[in-house]
Design a protein around this ligand. Structure first.
Ligand code: FMN
Length: 358
């Protein structure tokens, strides 16, 4: 097969502006904010045909459970007007096979691997984390708490602050210090800030948001639900405003906690929305299914959008939308020397201001 690898932007494109893109993933620094969303790029091996996966901030692997699982009955994917509904049901080879194949490949390849884990009890999450503790080559652990808790009538962990914090505290205790534990939150709750606070208090170093939102499609020909599992998780552009709202609310309440923002990102401008709302990293998922080069394309587009707005560091743009017009980020020692320089983002703030007045 011919490999079409994306290494730079299109021929003739302007060179990328020199924006410092490094960011924090809860105690660990990664060279840029672009991650793959769990479940949308397996372990990155297929994407490596299209671009160098070591160029990503990190590859987040599909959520892995202790034992192999075949997932839900088919059909388990349905298209919607601006997104996709899936009920894959955490199909996977189980932890041992994952460590020996996918994780081993990521390690050999030199990619930063964030391993997503999923369980149906606190004990299962603990066993997963303990086993990963003895495995090197892991840049972080993402904890998918959007799974039913068999010990509490199948209530999804992420919808119950107490159960969510029990999982995170067990995973944090079982994970090596220095390896970030990132809790992945569900938007299907009344108060996402309450859940975020609970998992951060329990030891989460960062938050990933959002997981898919529960939806249902009915086939008007058969007049029955399209998915065999009836309901499924909605992803793609349809959920982007919902995701940006979640990031905004959690950043406002917990401004120092790193957030990986995701939900319907397809372009650099979409990614910028999440950064301005308070995300310090972003992940792309559904878009990968029709554009496998999207992670690197969106990363380049984001860098360009930041440069065009006068930012020379990604970190200055994080949460920018929360600041009133004309209030720049806290200057660093070397920046305060050049008082005549325009504050990062002034170009955009000025433009928006004029447009609103007009
Ligand atoms: C086919 C598919 C499988 C997914 N599998 C997982 C998974 O295993 N673990 C997880 O935490 N999220 C999973 N997700 C959710 C994504 O990681 C992401 O949170 C969500 O799709 C929103 O991002 P997007 O709109 O860019 O896809 C899956 C999403 C899709 C579409």
């Amino acid at each position: 097969m011919t490999r079409m690898r994306i290494t730079t932007e299109k021929p003739g494109a302007r060179p990328l502006p020199p924006v410092y893109m490094a960011t924090s993933l809860g105690g660990a620094t990664i060279p840029n904010p672009m991650l793959t969303a769990s479940g949308c790029a397996a372990a990155g091996r297929e994407l490596d045909q299209f671009f160098d996966v070591t160029d990503l901030g990190a590859v987040v692997t599909k959520s892995i459970m202790l034992k192999p699982r075949s997932g839900r009955a088919t059909p388990r994917m349905a298209e919607t007007a601006s997104g996709m509904l899936n009920s894959i049901g955490l199909q996977g080879p189980g932890l041992d096979a994952f460590v020996d194949t996918d994780l081993a490949w990521l390690k050999r390849r030199g990619a930063r691997a964030v391993v997503s884990i999923a369980g149906s009890s606190v004990e299962e999450f603990t066993k997963l984390a303990q086993r990963l503790r003895n495995t090197d080559g892991i840049a972080g652990v993402e904890v998918n708490i959007s799974c039913p808790n068999v010990e509490n009538r199948g209530l999804v962990f992420a919808c119950d602050p107490l159960a969510a914090s029990a999982v995170i505290s067990a995973v944090r205790r079982s994970t090596a210090p220095g390896i970030p534990v990132i809790a992945k939150l569900s938007p299907d709750v009344t108060d996402i800030v309450e859940v975020a606070r609970a998992v951060v208090d329990a030891g989460a170093d960062g938050l990933s948001m959002i997981n898919t939102s529960l939806g249902l499609v009915i086939d008007t020909q058969t007049m029955r639900p399209t998915l065999a599992g009836v309901t499924g998780g909605l992803s793609g552009p349809a959920i982007r405003p919902l995701a940006v709202r979640c990031v905004w609310q959690v950043h406002a309440a917990l401004p120092t906690v790193p957030i990986v923002g995701m939900g319907g990102i397809r372009t650099g401008l979409d990614a910028l929305e999440f950064i301005l709302a308070g995300a310090s990293a972003i992940a792309v998922g559904t878009v990968i299914f029709n554009d496998p080069g999207a992670p690197i394309r969106v990363l380049h587009e984001l860098q360009r959008e930041l440069g065009d707005r006068g930012f020379d560091r990604l970190s200055d743009a994080i949460g920018y939308a929360h600041r009133p017009h004309g209030v720049p980020a806290e200057p660093t020692a070397d920046e305060s020397a050049g008082d005549d320089e325009a504050a990062p983002g002034d170009a955009l703030a000025g433009r928006e201001h004029k447009e609103h007045r007009g």
